[in-house]
Design a protein around this ligand. Structure first.
Ligand SMILES: [Zn+2]
Length: 397
């Protein structure tokens, strides 16, 4: 850890730049205690590691706070210095006794209190969720920053994200969803935004890098505009994904296959309108082409032109599928207040753009023309080609 208290109650924070000489002098005349457990701690001034305080062996507190890697110590120190340079009131390793949690940095910004956690090691889902909800219940805004080493890019615009990585997903004030990451070695932030998932793990993303020196806190809390994938690359990945998925089906998807076939559909003959990218599909772990197929089967396929589709029907279908574990939601501790139906409503908005639906006040939508199901491979290819030519430039804008 980087903070300790002297016998006279003075706080020493190694987040500030002390010279080794100053610290050696200080160590000769002072004793230090841990601000949390009040046990004696030692000031370590080796050349190998960043200067830090350490508990004596066997201390319980030490076990909780001292499995810190060099990367973590260095990263939180850099982030602390970055904040104070912007004259943002910040406390490194702030211990809040009422909630018994110690964010890496607590800072106040625009009237809000933030708990910044720079997470380098894997953290079990349960602990991640628990810490986050305690922050939220005690009027902290959690700001989890992932270590960049956890980012696994498959391609410039494709990334694989695990449940752990999804835990870092947060919302900007404008409602944009993104993951902030930081690399202490290169001293730059990375922002993963426009996350458009097409399978449980794989997503289209827009990834940008910013040197710590030049980026301001605002840009981390409220990053840029949306960069959706192009409809063409989305389609290519979807086709590949459905093909592989149908070739190697999991037992848990057997019921889905069965239902699709029982309803006279063929996975390889799905219309281009099923399996579209929507921003909030990250809320749902189940791939978009599956939940959109369910929505089609439960609601859209049962309607004839000029029928009303109510939001309640849409929600009932979603809830039923969730209950039956046919649709699985993601555990997103920082986004508990966003309802998953948002994704379905965004999808219906896309169907409005495709002239399949129109909006009917707040209550719902009117079906204008049914989604056409192709009857053969060649028909599907033809439909898809037309669909892409017609909507390539407009649909995802
Ligand atoms: Zn302690």
């Amino acid at each position: 850890m980087l903070t300790a208290i002297t016998k006279t109650g003075k706080k020493i924070c190694l987040g500030y730049d002390y010279s080794k000489e100053t610290l050696l002098l200080l160590r000769n005349k002072e004793e230090f205690v841990c601000p949390v457990c009040k046990e004696k701690v030692v000031l370590k001034l080796g050349d190998q590691r960043i200067f830090h305080f350490a508990h004596h062996q066997g201390s319980q507190c030490g076990e909780i706070y001292e499995n810190e890697t060099y990367e973590h110590l260095e990263g939180k120190r850099q982030l602390f210095q970055w904040l104070i340079k912007q004259e943002i009131s910040s406390i490194l390793e702030f211990y809040d006794p009422t909630i018994q949690q110690r964010p890496d940095i607590m800072f106040q910004y625009k009237g809000q209190r933030y708990a910044l956690e720079y997470q380098c090691s894997l953290l079990p889902d349960k602990i991640f969720s628990k810490r986050t909800s305690v922050y939220l219940e005690n009027s902290y805004i959690p700001l989890w920053v992932m270590s960049s080493k956890h980012l696994h890019q498959k391609r410039k615009d494709l990334i694989s994200l695990s449940n752990f990585q999804y835990s870092f997903l947060r919302s900007s004030p404008a409602g944009r969803l993104y993951i902030p990451a930081y690399c202490s070695e290169n001293r730059h932030f990375q922002i993963v935004d426009s996350i458009t998932s097409f399978s449980i793990k794989n997503s289209f993303v827009h990834l940008s890098s910013f040197p710590l020196q030049t980026i301001q806190l605002d840009s981390i809390l409220d990053p840029m505009k949306n960069h959706p994938p192009s409809l063409n690359s989305w389609n290519k990945e979807m086709d590949k994904f459905i093909f592989n998925w149908a070739l190697h089906p999991h037992t848990q998807h057997k019921l889905f296959f069965q239902e699709v076939y029982n309803r006279g559909l063929n996975l390889f003959l799905l219309p281009p309108e099923i399996g579209l990218p929507v921003e909030h599909s990250v809320l749902i772990q189940t791939p978009p082409f599956i939940w959109q197929t369910y929505l089609f089967l439960d609601v859209l396929a049962k309607k004839t032109p000029f029928d009303l589709i109510t939001i309640k029907e849409v929600n009932d279908s979603l809830q039923k599928r969730i209950q039956n574990k046919q649709i699985i939601l993601r555990n997103l501790p920082q986004l508990k207040n966003i309802q998953p139906i948002t994704a379905l409503l965004e999808y219906l908005q896309l169907l409005i753009k495709l002239d399949i639906l129109t909006r009917k006040s707040d209550r719902g939508f009117i079906l204008q023309k049914p989604i056409k199901i192709p009857r053969s491979n060649s028909e599907r290819e033809e439909d898809k080609k037309n669909f892409l030519t017609q909507h390539r430039c407009t649909l995802l804008k």
